[in-house]
Ligand binder design. Structure first.
Ligand code: HEM
Length: 336
């Protein structure tokens, strides 16, 4: 008898507690809903295929587009999470992240995302997020250039705003110190292994003269080039990256195989032929990262395996899920 009463009052207390906390619990539940690859299997079964075919066409038109799309996902995820904030254009009340120092005259691929989005809006209106499109396009770009594949968890939603200041401060700069870059990764819950593996993205794509000029002429303010850059390679780079002018001239990040996703980026680093300072410091500033570079240079499979794991981690940075965020109809604009 007493036991039954105790049980009854205990369950009453539990119900009261549940009711008292339910608003918090429900908002947490929708906020922490997780991403999974089958997210569009019922609502838009062709979504993954459509993204792949538009990316394939775009990369066939211009090989560099694979690199540009891969980088777009990175520059999105490091600012307020993978929420497509990078795609929003400037309005009367918001300045686009496209104007930030890392993105201005640099981030590209927006038209390809538009093309994917309009194909998806035709197939299944108001269903597939711009943030998921970027995550899929980054994976497809990696595969198309010869890199590893992975199942992309889906279900991200899009932001209603952008952060110019976040874009300027969170994305690592090519002249940042090793520690600063590592701190920027750690703030996104990525570690040194992720940082080295993801830097391996620089096995494809280009960089402008302005991003590495300092290394060629005046690395530390004493009028001397960066000693960690091989003389002959520096001399070659100087011919098209003069002391002044030619800021936008393009150079391959991996001069050995610039459109092939492989491990030659790491081999170049070991030969002191990294293009950006942020590339070369992976071998000069930390014994741990040097060991990782050696491992990936010696074993491409190991690099591919870690790259896929780290891309999954990066793609999972603070996604908007459940009732948070929206599905934008046009990736450049907030829905009206
Ligand atoms: C570790 C810190 C990093 C720094 C400092 C950095 C910096 C840069 C810079 C300066 C460029 C050349 C941009 C230009 O001249 O317009 C570039 C290009 C590129 N970055 Fe990074 N990056 C980093 C990490 C990453 C990560 C994590 C990814 C992808 C997961 C990535 C993917 C790329 C790609 C693919 C390109 C070539 C883009 C193109 O050709 O359009 N980078 N990066």
């Amino acid at each position: 008898m007493t036991f039954i009463r105790m049980a009854q009052s205990l369950s009453f207390v539990m119900v009261v507690a549940l009711l008292a906390f339910s608003p918090l619990c429900s908002s947490q539940a929708s906020g922490s809903a997780y991403l999974y690859p089958q997210f569009y299997d019922r609502s838009c079964p062709k979504a993954v295929e459509i993204v792949k075919s538009v990316v394939a066409k775009a990369v066939a038109r211009e090989a560099r587009m694979a690199a540009s799309l891969l980088r777009l996902h990175f520059h999105d995820c490091f600012v307020k999470g993978c929420d497509a904030s990078i795609l929003l254009d400037t309005t009367g009340t918001m300045i686009s992240e496209k104007n930030s120092i890392p993105n201005r005259n640099s981030a590209r691929g927006f038209e390809v995302i538009d093309e994917i989005k309009s194909a998806l809006e035709k197939e299944c209106p108001h269903t597939v997020s711009c943030a998921d499109i970027m995550a899929l396009a980054a994976r497809d770009s990696t595969v198309l250039t010869g890199g590893p594949s992975w199942d992309v968890p889906l279900g991200r939603r899009d932001s209603r705003d952008a952060s110019l200041s976040g874009s300027n401060s969170n994305i690592p700069a090519p002249n940042n110190t090793f520690q600063t870059i590592l701190t920027k990764f750690k703030l996104k819950k990525l570690n040194i292994v992720d940082m080295v593996a993801l830097s391996g993205s620089h096995t494809i794509g280009n960089a402008r003269c302005t991003t590495f000029r300092q290394r060629l002429y005046n690395q530390s303010g004493n009028g001397q080039p960066d000693f960690s850059l091989v003389h002959s390679y520096a001399a070659q780079l100087r011919t098209r990256c003069p002391k002044s002018g030619g800021d936008q001239n393009l150079f391959f990040l991996d001069f050995v195989s610039p459109t092939k996703f492989d491990n030659s980026y790491f081999k170049n680093l070991l030969a002191n032929k990294g293009l950006l300072s942020s590339d070369q410091i992976l071998t000069t500033q930390s014994a741990v990262s040097l060991e990782l570079v050696k491992k990936y240079a010696a074993n491409c499979e190991l690099f591919f395996e870690q790259f896929a794991k780290s891309m999954l981690k990066m793609g999972n940075i603070s996604p908007l899920t459940g009732s948070r965020g929206v599905i934008r109809k046009n990736c450049r604009k907030i829905n009206t």
